[in-house]
Write a protein that binds this ligand. Structure first.
Ligand code: NDP
Length: 279
């Protein structure tokens, strides 16, 4: 039987730790306040934003909400970000992505002060991750490292394969695994013989955004399989990038969807909010 990595349980532990640290910071008179900006009313974004604000409330982080209309201009958004950058009451800034197509996401990400960039997407934080300096790390890959550590799975010396090279998941994931002394391969849509590569993995991270793509023949017997994908299947049930029922019998440990990586992303966002204050 594989070890089913319980992301809900581990995320709950992290939120309790954040709650304690937030109370300590507040007792020292420090502001712990996340400004959340949403542009437009995309239903998925609205759910994510609501969950992030609920998590803030749970751990004692204050939150400020900016719900801007779809027609907000890039200049208006940049001027709000500039104001929040210099507001001492605000310790973290989160701009919910995706933004409407008339706004350039990179310009907005780059406008956020790196010290308040709780998503860890600013090039300064990405650069720090690359050269091994301490910075703010994107929440999903940071959460996966916590899942592995808290499940007693060592990365040191292991063959790690990351399928996906996005700036928010695949690339930072690869760098974090490297930091943990894994031997890391990054696969993407141009990779040839993907199956041969993934079958070498002791730790396989599926972050390609293709429902149930990773079947049992992509997986080595005894591998640790981490599923980042979130989709709805034909029956409208949540599923990941991994065909869970088939792969779980081959894996030594696996994350389910839901209840694996997903809850960790918000827990690590809370953790990044505290880290931002400490910086
Ligand atoms: P992107 O679409 O930005 O990136 C997908 C990556 O997968 C790309 O690098 C792409 O390659 C690669 N890819 C696509 N198809 C294949 C293929 N057939 N073989 C190999 N590589 C392939 O997605 P994200 O990184 O943003 O997200 C990945 C998944 O994780 C999505 O399902 C998303 O919903 C989910 N997600 C879940 C989170 C959570 O909290 N659980 C948080 C963030 C994302 P190329 O670069 O060549 O195009």
């Amino acid at each position: 039987m594989p070890h089913i990595i319980d992301g809900k349980e581990i995320a709950a532990q992290i939120k309790e730790e954040v709650k304690y640290k937030t109370a300590q910071l507040k007792a020292q008179g420090r502001n712990v306040c996340l400004a959340v900006i949403q542009v437009g009313a995309d239903p998925a974004s609205t759910v994510y934003v609501r969950n992030k604000k609920k998590a803030c409330e749970y751990v004692g982080i204050d939150s400020l909400s900016f719900e801007l209309s779809e027609s907000t201009s890039q200049e208006e958004l940049l001027s709000l970000v500039a104001r929040l950058n210099t507001d001492d009451k605000v310790s973290g800034i989160l701009v919910q992505l995706p933004l409407p197509s008339h706004i350039d996401e990179d310009s907005v990400i780059q406008a956020i002060s790196p010290d308040k960039d709780v998503d860890g997407f600013h090039p300064a934080n990405a650069g720090k991750l690359c050269i091994g300096e301490k910075g703010i790390v994107p929440c999903t890959p940071a959460g996966i490292i916590e899942l592995l550590k808290r499940s007693g799975i060592s990365v040191d010396g292991k063959e790690c394969v990351v399928v996906g090279r996005s700036n928010i998941v695949g690339k930072p994931m690869a760098l974090l695994l490297l930091r943990e002394n894994g031997t890391v391969t990054v696969a993407h849509s141009h990779t040839r013989n993907l199956r041969e590569i993934t079958r070498k993995a002791d730790i396989l991270i599926a972050a390609l955004g293709k429902p149930q793509f990773i079947t049992a023949d992509y997986v080595k017997e005894g591998a640790v399989v981490i599923d980042v994908g979130i989709h709805r299947d034909n029956e409208n049930r949540l599923c990941g990038d991994v065909l869970y029922e088939a792969v779980k019998d081959k894996a030594s440990a696996i994350t389910p969807v839901p209840g694996g990586v997903g809850p960790m992303t918000i827990a690590m966002l809370m953790s990044n909010c505290v880290a931002a204050v400490k910086r």
